[in-house]
Ligand binder design. Sequence first.
Ligand code: AGP
Length: 631
Amino acid sequence: MCGIVAVTGYKKALPLLLNGLGKLEYRGYDSAGIAIIHSETKNIVCNKTEGKLKNLINNLSEKNIPGTVGIGHTRWATHGKPEVKNAHPHIDSSGTVAVVQNGIIENFQDLKNKLQKEGIIFNSDTDTEVIPHLIQRELNTLSKLKLENNGSTLLVAVRNVISDLEGSYALAVLWSGAPSSLVVARRQAPLIIGLGEGEFICASDTPAIANFTNIILPLEDEEIALLTPLGIEIYDSNNERQYRNPVSLKVSEQVIDKMNFKHFMLKEIYDQPDTAKNWLENYLIKNSENGQYQIKYPFDTKFLESIARIEIIACGTSKHAAMVGSFLLEQFSGIPTNVYYASEFRYSPPPLLPNTLTIGVSQSGETADTIAAIDMEIKRRSIAGDEKFRPNLIAITNRSESSIGRQVSNIIDICAGIEVGVAATKTFFAQLLSFYGLAIHFAQIKGSQSPDEIKKLITELIKLPPLLEDLLEKHDQSSEKLAHDFFNIKDVIFLGRGINYPIALEGALKLKEISYIHAAGYPAGEMKHGPIALLDKKVPVISIASPGEVFDKVISNAQEAKARDSYLIGIAPECNGTEIFDYLMKIPSSNEWVSPLLNIVPLQLLSYHIAAHRGLDVDQPRNLAKSVTVE
Ligand code: AGP
């Protein structure tokens, strides 16, 4: 959340900053701003606007700010409303220090109270504003020691200040006293330095850097760095200078293009047949000797043989993928598995159990709750001392170069390509596939399924790409028509059972987050225990009814909703029982195990079309951000 870009070098800063911010707008779009050291006056020139980045770009279109050192920010509001006064950069009272920050300063109120007692006047409601004031106060103190005005002095000042900050941050600081220097620091929030030609560009995420260079130096947690056009100095929290080699960005960032689609989300829904093809190519290999398929991982899987139970940590859509995963790992592979909200796990972890595999799932690899929960689990297992409690970790992510990618060494890269729409679609699909891979792998090593059963599941997965293409063709228009009738509804209930219960949750989340319509997902059998009280003719029910173990039960639950006058939409193949639905979104017949991979597609399309019909900003829904880097 919140995107930071900072640059120092020989090139004009403004276009570099705006370009970088454009690539980070998915992190927040409540307001945006830049500050640049004017190359002649050496003063800080700051410009901020409310709303999306385009407002800042328009505001700056006529302005020429000469300068090669600057910082920029795109904000997702935590403290203080999305107004200009709360937009970053924040500047101290003397106008000489400017700061952009991502994260939350938890003790800001105490610090603010102290500064106010000293006579400092605050201009915003943010937690961030304490930082420039504290740095200025520190610089004043250092000036009494007759330290020179240069980058090293700024480095000392920032280091002294961050030692008083509680919470998480990534920050970048400018000081007109050292006009070619930039100081950046991070704690539990990402920051990456790109080594360009004639400039260093520092940003919250790689897309902001990829246009300039593919050589990067990720800053590690608790590190601080001084950047000047001549070089970089990195220090750890003990003030030890750090030396390490830069690394190459693994994938050059793909051209982020909507093609002919109206929104990225629709394009990304349409990418799913390719997502399936990529997964099959990347992760499924046929043994040429015995003709058997195996799952191929880029790490040694020997340690999985001793695993007796699995815990999965994730948030939002990733948690829904994890719930499908948990169903597969228990019911198909026979391994007891629990899924936890990362934000809950950290503060109320389950008792430490032996021989446990911990799986962190995060599309972005930057979700603060998930990072913190994984970190806590690594620490408590490492200090347990006993071999059987050792941390065994896998991360499932779309960004192997992210913080989680660096935190965990066994990575399953879902290889879905950059997802721009804030609502996760193709990455959810790719996360699901990763769990199918794990379930197959565990079923093979634990012998929980016969080779024939495993082969059946693999055959169904191989059939996916054309089925998905067919689904998209069938349901794009039909869901658009349905959206026409439903765009004004107030509440929707999603029902599913067994492996499709998490799909009901995900369907409801998709609808809520982009259309702002209240939606709730329930296990179909649970409806009669309370939610049924909500039903009447104004509340449509979307029921996922895949033939298999619980089909008849789901149909009976749908009957109960129909008896309360709800309009019934079925996500099901055309078969006996589905005539009950007022509207049937037909799904090709498939094995129940793979049904979530098909059922999710019409639900994504329906949410998309309802939101588009309501004229909403589908790709950047209000109050959300693609990467949730605050706890
Ligand atoms: C997805 O549509 C949501 N915007 C959100 O729930 C997301 O899945 C969640 O914030 C977790 O993100 P992550 O996968 O990047 O960790």
